[in-house]
Write a protein that binds this ligand. Structure first.
Ligand SMILES: [Zn+2]
Length: 112
């Protein structure tokens, strides 16, 4: 058991680890403030032995990379993805998929 723990600690150093603040400031910078609540939801549910390596917007959806397989948490991230597809990334109002200058975003009626 002890050996396993040591191995895990080593792994954490090898991968970039994004804290809640880092993820929130990146999403704020690249999307807006609309999804910050969803980022909080993810970090609130993040198990102690799991880490987030990256948070980003892709195809208008909020996505996270994690450092280990975890089916339960990955299904939760799917729910977050679906929630982000209905939430304006800029303001958090109800949104839908829109294409702006060839990029897919999720926006409300005021932000298209
Ligand atoms: Zn909006």
């Amino acid at each position: 058991m002890k050996w396993k723990r040591k191995f895990k600690i080593k792994k954490i150093y090898l991968l970039p680890m994004w804290t809640r603040d880092k993820s929130k400031s990146w999403i704020k910078k690249t999307c807006g403030t609309g999804w910050l609540k969803l980022v909080d939801e993810v970090y609130d549910k993040l198990p102690n032995d799991l880490h987030i390596n990256q948070a980003y917007q892709k195809w208008g959806l909020l996505m996270f990379d994690i450092d280990e397989d975890n089916q339960e948490f990955e299904s939760f991230l799917e729910i977050i993805k679906i929630k982000s597809s209905e939430t304006c990334e800029i303001c958090g109002s109800q949104g839908k998929e829109v294409t702006i200058e060839n990029w897919i975003h999720t926006r409300c009626i005021d932000h298209v």
